[in-house]
Design a protein around this ligand. Structure first.
Ligand code: SF4
Length: 458
């Protein structure tokens, strides 16, 4: 529970527990923004809340368990609980364990959540509340913001139930996306994280519909959006960092690489490859599964040598043989990705992969997981070691207290590090005036397998 507190008398107070991915966090922000507009205040702890909202994640079975536990805790601590989010699609399963919940709504059902809050904690209609203009509520630090461009997904990857939970791709209007981005940057955001289930597919469902934006036509298309986001400037005239997440390597992705080389987009692509073996990718039913990815990575690096590629991989998918796994390891050696997350395949209730033959034994999954981690950590350590001696732009996330010698340390990130999922840059001896959100040039002095260490460049 870490929502801001406003202190007007007689306001009903809402507590919020937000679980799951950045997309769920954006939903929580939207719900809270709506509720504040309706005159609600926010509680910092269970005891101070008239009702507690639990925004759940229902992707993996382990996430469902975590969601049920969070609902149980909120019931024990407060008693008045409304459930929303991905697991809300399984109202029966929730009510079977927690029959006391006041209401259950699904992902993105903003109207229904707000209605449920109105029913169970009717807003006090104070004369002042509606008149107070307030910015949107943000659960992320002020200097970075997630920008959600669409919901849902048109694919049917065998291990995933997101299309069942969240429906088909539904893209936001391009002018609405750009307006939100402009507002965020004007309000202090220095880094925008573009998220969706499939960023490259943005606008497909609305036929890339064009809208007027500052006197010109802009299409709901990833490349148009990237160009416009790259033209934003912070109030002090800097180019904000714009990071693209969940990008599938469709051909048009090539068009955003020059924007990265020009410094308009952050040279970073988060591409969830999930595997490299053509056979496993086919079994997984992955989109943009094409053989020439390694060549494309080379050509992207030729245009923008600093581009950082992050990806995630699943090991132990049904049917993955030792040969398939070795193919993946060889591919990783060749691809030299900057950041890699690895997961052991876990059957998700309702996913098509569960019925596939040749399930991989748990012990084999563990062994493959250890091997992929060993390879990717070695690659990461070498890539980070190559940065020692360079001067890199760093955005500051946190500034520490002075130690006994008066030295202050700060934690930041390079352009290769997205918040919460990648590494950090630890800076020593920073000026006391340094603030989260400041952008500095840092000389890199040391590196390990995940993080960099250095000092502000003189
Ligand atoms: S692309 Fe595949 S993994 Fe991603 S949300 Fe769609 S179905 Fe799920």
């Amino acid at each position: 529970m870490n929502t801001p507190v406003t202190t007007l008398p007689d306001q009903k107070r809402i507590g919020m527990v937000s679980l799951g991915c950045p997309k769920a966090l954006v939903d929580s922000e939207r719900i809270l923004t709506r509720l504040r507009a309706d005159g609600y205040a926010f509680a910092e702890d269970y005891a101070g809340a008239d009702v507690v909202l639990v925004n759940t994640c229902g992707f993996l079975d382990s996430a469902k368990e975590e969601s049920l536990a969070a609902i149980g805790e909120a019931i024990a601590e407060n008693g008045r609980v409304i459930v929303t989010g991905c697991m809300g699609e399984e109202a029966d399963a929730i009510r079977a364990v927690h029959p006391q919940v006041l209401a259950v709504t699904g992902a993105h059902q903003y109207e229904q959540v707000v209605e449920a809050v109105h029913t169970h904690a009717p807003p006090s209609q104070g004369p002042f509340v509606d008149l107070i203009p307030q910015p949107d509520i943000k659960l992320t630090p002020r200097h970075y913001s997630y920008l959600k461009i669409s919901e849902g997904c048109n694919h049917s990857c065998a291990f995933c139930i997101i299309p069942a939970l969240r429906g088909k791709l539904a893209s936001r209007r391009i002018d609405a996306v750009l307006r939100e981005a402009e507002k965020l940057v004007a309000a202090g955001t220095r880094e925008l994280l573009v998220i969706s289930q499939d960023t490259s597919a943005y606008g497909v469902d609305i036929r890339h519909e064009a809208r007027q934006w500052h006197g010109r036509e802009v299409r709901a298309h990833m490349t148009d959006m990237a160009r416009e986001l790259g033209s934003l400037r912070t109030p002090d005239g800097q180019t904000p960092w714009v990071r693209l997440h969940y990008v599938y390597p469709y051909p048009h992705v090539d068009q955003v690489i020059p924007l990265m080389a020009e410094g308009l987009l952050t040279p970073y692509l988060d591409i969830p490859f999930q595997h490299a073996s053509p056979k496993v990718l086919k079994l997984m039913r992955r989109p943009a599964n094409e053989a020439k990815v390694l060549e494309r990575l080379k050509s992207w690096r030729a245009i923008c040598p600093d581009i950082a590629i992050r990806s995630s991989f699943v090991v132990g998918f049904p049917g993955e043989t030792e040969d398939d796994f070795r193919y993946l390891l060889d591919w990783l050696e060749e691809a030299q990705l900057d950041r890699v997350g690895a997961f052991r395949f876990e059957p998700v209730e309702g996913a098509a992969a569960n019925a596939l033959p040749d399930q991989v034994p748990e012990a084999v999954k563990e062994e493959r997981y250890a091997r992929i981690m060993e390879v990717t950590e070695r690659i990461s350590a070498a890539k980070l070691a190559a940065k020692v001696g360079r001067t890199l732009p760093v955005i500051i996330d946190e500034v520490g207290e002075a130690d006994e010698d008066g030295d202050i340390g700060a934690t930041g990130r390079s352009q290769a590090d997205a918040p919460e999922i990648d590494g950090a840059v630890y800076l020593r001896n920073v000026p006391a005036t340094l603030q989260p959100g400041d952008m500095v040039s840092a000389t890199i002095e040391d590196a390990d397998a995940h993080d960099l260490f250095g000092a502000i460049a003189r």
